[in-house]
Ligand binder design. Structure first.
Ligand code: HEM
Length: 201
């Protein structure tokens, strides 16, 4: 594979470009904050979905070089998903511009689901380093698995804030189908292993 594609700095830069463009647009004209809520939210959710698809794709397709490449950059994808979520929140807060109204909205289902997902993202991003992995041991994996409830919260947030379920489903159904296939394959492999074990004994 091209050496340049293995350069982590380049990956971080590519992931940051849309965010830099959004911030530049906002600095030029802060009134655009409302319009930027939509793309920043979509970037966040898309990066999260790509990061979540890597393991089920490997289970279904086996080892592929492009999947190994994605796996090697999964941390960057996850942190970028958090970054775009943070931008999304920042544009929302600026657009609202009134802490009283922000507090009032925070208890509405469509909005608190966003905050709850963001809390999970923040915990995952803060611990997505080797030192946290060593410190948390088995709990690190448990913490990473919180991405599944975060995905459910985001799907609900999207559905209730937007009301247009087609776009939400177009993003989440492929992931759901892959996860179902992964579980079916896992159960099949487990029962095949058990049958083999029973034959040996
Ligand atoms: C941190 C708390 C959050 C708040 C307060 C919040 C707020 C909002 C609001 C007000 C909208 C509607 C925007 C519009 O009318 O155009 C929205 C849409 C959306 N949000 Fe969030 N959000 C939060 C977290 C998140 C997170 C963490 C994600 C993704 C990982 C996300 C993804 C989306 C998506 C995909 C949309 C739909 C975009 C559209 O079609 O308009 N949000 N959010």
């Amino acid at each position: 594979m091209l050496r340049i594609l293995k350069n982590p700095r380049l990956i971080w830069l590519v992931l940051a470009i849309p965010g830099i463009a959004m911030v530049a647009g906002f600095v030029r004209d802060p009134v655009t904050a409302f319009d930027l809520i939509h793309p920043s939210g979509e970037y966040s959710v898309r990066l999260m979905i790509v990061a979540m698809m890597i393991s089920p794709l490997r289970a279904v397709l086996g080892r592929r070089s492009w999947l190994d490449w994605l796996l090697a950059h999964r941390r960057a994808l996850g942190v970028a998903a958090f970054g775009y979520g943070a931008l999304h929140l920042a544009f929302y807060l600026y657009d609202m511009g009134d802490w009283g109204m922000i507090a009032e909205e925070a208890v509405i289902f469509s909005i608190w689901t966003g905050y709850a997902a963001m809390l999970i993202f923040a915990a995952m991003a803060a611990t997505s380093n080797a030192a946290s992995q060593r410190m948390l041991k088995a709990n690190w994996k448990r913490l990473q698995r919180l991405v599944y409830p975060a995905a459910v919260l985001i799907a609900l947030h999207w559905l209730y804030v937007d009301g247009e379920w087609e776009a939400m489903l177009a993003h989440f159904v492929p992931l759901l189908v892959l996860e179902i296939i992964r579980v079916v394959l896992m159960l099949k492999r487990r029962s095949a292993r058990r049958a083999k074990h029973a034959m040996v004994n």
